[in-house]
Write a protein that binds this ligand. Structure first.
Ligand SMILES: Nc1nc2[nH]cnc2c(=O)[nH]1
Ligand SMILES: [Zn+2]
Length: 477
């Protein structure tokens, strides 16, 4: 029997398959020596649990008043080198932004000192903001990508690391590899990562996007992913100009999704960023292949790329998580991704309503809504009840359990179910300098909601990955 490493008593908030946000008050959670959750029960069972798991009740760590644990957040799409220009260059559309800002910056990451410096900063910053798992794009440089892996491991962050592959770049030909080089270097990267035997840092096959990859490269990367049993990440249907470019480059394919699927890049271990313009037919292919979408709402807005209708993605039963897409997105915080996902959903709802109201009389509209009364005439939350707007709870689930499903690691992390690893954030709403206020009438649900909308890293008192406290940072990291 595993020995108990930590026992916490207090409030635990998480998502399950059936409930987007479950608030467990006065509970007790035990973490074993391997970092796995051994039990989570109502605190009235304390004595029984102490007997069964052989721990001393005086060792229980009590949470402060109004504090709670939530699962660590999962950033399913982030470009580590782009942290060096975060919050700048937001006035260009995607393809121009890549050519003029992104590629010239990434090219410089052949310099290992630069890479090490930026990568250490990004790992620290993401961890401090509660990202316990990050799915990173690095650059085309193998050795610098290995540096990122090493830093993530040293700080204890759970991570996927992608050495970026691109053998076609007419926009900025200085930043490119040959097809053979890209394949050989990917193999070298994967084998070097496997030799390191990191516990929680894994390689991920990373064709940048179809615009910058030849068909042969895509095909060989699909083969490599298959033969090594690896995860895959890329971009898809982010902007209209990008889609047009893909259709020009790959005229023999019916749509963007087919370019990846026919090259074995759309598997149940694939996460594709954006997907703003995917048709239901393409979403169907995602679903049947078990592939996921990383919804990156900040980036979609910042680069004026488009909007993803995440409610439709959920309705089509496609796996979906959230991503910051640094530096297309300007915020490192997954709390921002939660907020922007909700706001995008509201914008889409209002646009739909506007179109509907323009084309129909109010009378017809109400009939179509199954007799639902207009908002003024009833008390119900018409938008959420009508399932038209992403709820706060659902957005919370996307940032935690949804991300773990998207990355196919939901058997390991994503919530506080027994046997999963304890990836968790200790949230303290009443910390000194808190960005929001707590009033006496607040329920625990109110507290969580205020944190999601108003909180920041100041409220994240501690971060745990697999039971190990990784924030505040330890001396060796
Ligand atoms: N947002 C974003 N989209 C891309 N498509 C190809 N590369 C990129 C990138 O670095 N960022
Ligand atoms: Zn991206």
């Amino acid at each position: 029997m595993d020995t108990v490493q930590h026992v916490f008593r207090g409030t635990f908030v998480h998502s399950t398959q059936t409930c987007p946000m479950e608030v467990l008050e006065n509970h007790i959670l035990g973490v074993g020596s391997t970092g796995k959750i051994l039990f989570i029960e109502h605190a009235e069972k304390e004595a029984q649990l102490a007997l069964k798991w052989k721990f001393d009740e005086s060792k229980i760590e009590d949470l402060g008043k109004n504090e709670f644990f939530m699962p660590g957040m999962i950033d399913t799409h982030i470009h580590a080198p782009q942290y060096s220009f975060i919050g700048s260059g937001m006035d260009r559309p995607l393809l121009q932004w890549l050519e003029h800002i992104t590629f010239p910056t990434e090219e410089k990451f052949s310099d290992l000192d630069l890479a090490s410096n930026i990568y250490e900063t990004v790992v620290r910053r993401t961890l401090k903001n509660g990202t316990t798992t990050a799915c990173y794009f690095a650059t085309i440089h193998t050795d610098a990508s290995l540096v990122l892996a090493d830093i993530a491991d040293r700080y204890g962050q759970r991570a996927f690391i992608g050495k970026v592959c691109m053998d076609s770049n007419t926009a900025y030909p200085e930043y490119i590899e040959s097809t053979e080089e890209s394949i050989a270097e990917t193999q070298r990267f994967v084998e070097a990562m496997q030799n390191m035997k990191y516990d929680r840092v894994k390689p991920i096959i990373t064709p940048r996007f179809a615009v910058s990859c030849s068909e042969r490269l895509l095909c060989e990367l699909g083969r490599l992913a298959d033969s090594y049993g690896l995860h895959i990440q890329s971009h898809i249907s982010e902007s209209v100009a990008e889609i047009q470019e893909v259709l020009n480059l790959f005229p023999e394919y019916n749509n963007y999704t087919e370019v990846y699927s026919k090259n074995k890049l759309l598997t149940n271990m694939t996460v594709m960023a954006h997907g703003c313009y995917l048709t239901d037919e393409e979403l169907h292919l995602f679903r049947s292949n078990g592939s996921a979408i990383s919804h990156c709402p900040n980036s979609n807005i910042s680069l004026c790329s488009g909007h993803l209708d995440v409610s439709n993605v959920i309705k089509q039963k496609v796996k979906v998580g959230l991503g910051t897409d640094i530096a297309g997105g300007y915020s490192i915080s997954m709390l921002d991704a939660i907020r922007k996902a909700i706001e995008t959903s509201k914008i889409l709802f209002m646009e739909r309503e506007k179109r509907r109201k323009e084309s129909k009389t109010i009378h017809n509209h109400l009939q179509e809504e199954n007799g639902m009364l207009p908002e003024k005439e009833c008390n119900c939350r018409i938008k959420n009840n009508g399932k038209k707007v992403l709820s706060d709870q659902e957005a919370f689930r996307l940032a935690t359990l949804g991300g773990s499903q998207a990355l196919n690691i939901d058997h390991i992390t994503g919530n506080f179910e027994i046997n999963k690893e304890f990836d968790a954030l200790l949230i303290s709403p009443e910390i000194h300098n808190s960005p929001f206020d707590v009033f006496s009438q607040f329920s625990k649900e109110d507290m969580v909601q205020r944190f999601l909308y108003l909180g920041d890293d100041r409220n994240i008192k501690a971060v745990y990955v697999a039971g190990r406290r990784v924030v505040p940072f330890q001396n060796n990291s």
